[in-house]
Design a protein around this ligand. Sequence first.
Ligand code: ADP
Ligand code: MG
Length: 700
Amino acid sequence: MRSASDVFGLNVFNDAVMKERLPKETYKALKRTTDYGEILNPVIAEVVANAMKDWAIEKGATHFTHWFQPMTGKTAEKHDSFITLTTDGRAIMDFSGKELIKGESDASSFPNGGLRATFEARGYTAWDCTSPAFLKEDHSGVTLCIPTAFCSYTGEALDKKTPLLRSMEALDKQAIRVLKLFGNTTSKKVITTVGAEQEYFLVDKRLYQDRKDLIFADRTLFGAMPPKGQELDDHYFGSIKERISAFMKELDNDLWKLGVSSKTKHNEVAPAQHELAPIFTTTNIATDHNQLIMETMVKVANRHQLVCLLHEKPFAGVNGSGKHNNWSILTDDGMNLLDPGDTPHENAQFLTFLSAVIAAVDKNAPLLRMSAANAGNDHRLGANEAPPAIISIFLGEQLTDIIHQIEEGHLNSSKEAEVMKIGVSTLPRFDKDVTDRNRTSPFAFTGNKFEFRMCPSSASIAGPNIVLNSIVAEELCLIADQLEAADNFNEALQTVIRKLIADHKKVIFNGDGYSDDWIEKAEKRGLPNIKSSVESFTYFNNPEYVKLFEKHKVFTEEEVISRQEIIYEEYSKVVNIEALTMIQMAKREILPACIDYATSLADSINSVKAAVSTANVSVQEKLLLQLSQLIADAQEKADQLEIKVDEAKTIKDYEKQAFAYKENVFPAMNDLREPCDVMETIVSEEYWPFPTYGDLLFRV
Ligand code: ADP
Ligand code: MG
């Protein structure tokens, strides 16, 4: 293998490649589009397409695809070859500007929440030139992938990228307004940056293939705890097994080629659990890269006879996986707006942006909670391993102290006893490394960024970032409205910040987010505790949120309604698949195995008695009795589950149906699991029909 710096970006049509291969004027024009949103001229697109094609073909590409992110949360692609036929019957390689800019496909089978009837099924993909094109290279060949947005004929977004780009534009616009008020004349654009830490599990492929639940549901639906779990904490940051290390090495290499800056890798808390973190980048690219990370993990694992599980909770009883969305705000001239500065001016600006985030999070907590919800995450949020279902912000003591003093209007008793007036004097030195760490907060300030720690491991990070960008844009807009109208900027700024803090400090909590104490306290503070995904979905179309999204042109009302329908439906489908898988495993694998074992016990009783009539067979008898009871119980629970599934299936209303799956089907699944897991602990190992938790977690 070549060195990391030789490999990095090898398969990316990045800035350096463009600079080298495009005529100067074309390059400059394209930069104006990618960096400042200027409309792209078709002539320029033609030149870019040609250069892109030559580059891709030189590297072995035969096909290109518009790579997009439909509402499934996965990525989609449809490959076209570069081949064009000439009149004399030869084939030449061709790729036009039109093909680069726009694709049209019959995409009627993607979830669209009623936005597009099948008779008008055309979907359009449009080149997103802010995210670089790349080559996917594997044993099947090389394909040029062009990141695109996906929308309907009438322009409604049918994907995750379009609203993400819109939300970035909204934040850019409002942040620039605020910066201008601070006298900034140099920053032309503001972006948000994201670094998403990805957790995952690796299990042996042969073992995986014997588990229908893993195959169909990506998580185990049965399984008794093995004697050993994660209690020794010996896996966390432990030395990495060679087999896993070989996987990680190849993964890094493949990601580097794609320009994904895979940086940190380590073992996580649960056995067989690991994490990868890239270096942060623009939110849009970070979102594309996170999709590539997940996809590449699955692919590379397969080559190593492993299976990568991205589910939020593959195993009960050990930690599940999350995705930490580290988020910050950056200007095009390199200023991190969530980094407290050294001058009073920078500090006042920092406090303005900080207050905007605090207010945005407090006001829109249900939206944020919803953005991190899916069926899988219900097993984590609120359980003892992940942030609670209550949204709160960790600021650290130092900053909380400053915030309180601002609110009270006397800043002369700050921790370091320096006098501070916003915009006038300086913040007490704010040492990033001093910020205490809090691993239990769902939304933690970590020195120069916020870490949103609720996100589900398997999902796209577009959703959480759309919400974050939009709600902060709205808050910055309200701040700018007030400050632009004020006569005295400094005075107005102090009033605005003080009021924001007074109104929203209730969302700040530096204590242990996992404690029961906090749940009570939060309730007293009036913070919402939205315990399940389905409940969180109900908030999406609240008039205030719809208004916010419409105001900042992120979603239209129709788009909100359609997306809400999609997430309800997705939830129901996921639970439905899990329930059907459980019924099948119980009836066709677990019960037959247990009945076989029960028969062997009965045979043993009969043969032992026949051999020695006075022999003691009490052990077999007792076991047989217990097992027979459990078999009957499990059969009954499986029947019950079937009834609940049938009932839920017939419900037409998406919301009611999702609630039925949560409130009726899900508990029936737990009821079925119980006797089955007990049977696993008493039935002979030779009879048990599939690999156990012990096998999956430790035989990697
Ligand atoms: P942790 O202790 O949580 O692992 P790290 O310092 O390793 O924290 O960073 C975690 C992630 O945060 C990395 O992906 C990193 O690139 C990202 N990150 C750092 N600075 C920023 C920033 N300004 N904006 C967004 N993400 C950032
Ligand atoms: Mg982290």
